[in-house]
Design a binder for this molecule. Structure first.
Ligand code: GDP
Length: 139
């Protein structure tokens, strides 16, 4: 059964380009409710821990470098079938392959600076959400 939460990050570059508002608008238009949200700047250690699953991938160091290059916005989003629907709304990892109207198509710069993160499973949505937010911070 699919869950009703997903976790997202508005990545550096999208934040520094002033896209927080436009991306949140897309999220709202997509029928998601914000359950928790805050802005922060990840330390290297935090980014390494968050992306631990990608440790063996060739782009890991670059990903950590990029994700610590400026402030980000993290949020837990609620909607029925949240994980799958949000992956649809953000589009493919590579913005050149993302469909028209998706967040990555409109706001991503490159594979590296691809505007947003979205959880890839219900289990990861819970793990990622609780990495940043306690139960008391979720509404
Ligand atoms: P996602 O689930 O669509 O975000 O994609 P992945 O889980 O495969 O990758 C995680 C993140 O790593 C992506 O969102 C990109 O920011 C970054 N990434 C993936 N592939 C590459 C790559 O080939 N080069 C670089 N520099 N970054 C990548």
């Amino acid at each position: 059964m699919s869950g009703n939460i997903t976790f997202t990050i508005i990545k550096p570059f999208a934040v520094s380009n002033g896209y927080i508002g436009p991306i949140l608008n897309k999220i709202h238009q997509g029928g998601f409710r914000i359950s928790a949200m805050r802005m922060l700047w990840l330390t290297r250690g935090e980014a390494e821990r968050f992306y631990e699953v990608h440790e063996e991938r060739p782009f890991y160091k670059d990903l950590v470098e990029f994700m610590t290059s400026g402030p980000i916005v993290v949020a837990i989003l609620k909607k029925e079938n949240a994980v799958e629907d949000y992956r649809k709304l953000i589009g493919a990892t590579d913005p050149e392959k993302a469909e028209e109207g998706t967040i990555r198509k409109e706001f991503a710069e490159s594979m590296r600076a691809n505007a947003v993160h979205g959880s890839d499973s219900d289990d990861n949505a819970k793990i990622e959400g609780s990495f940043f937010f306690s139960g008391l911070q979720q509404f």
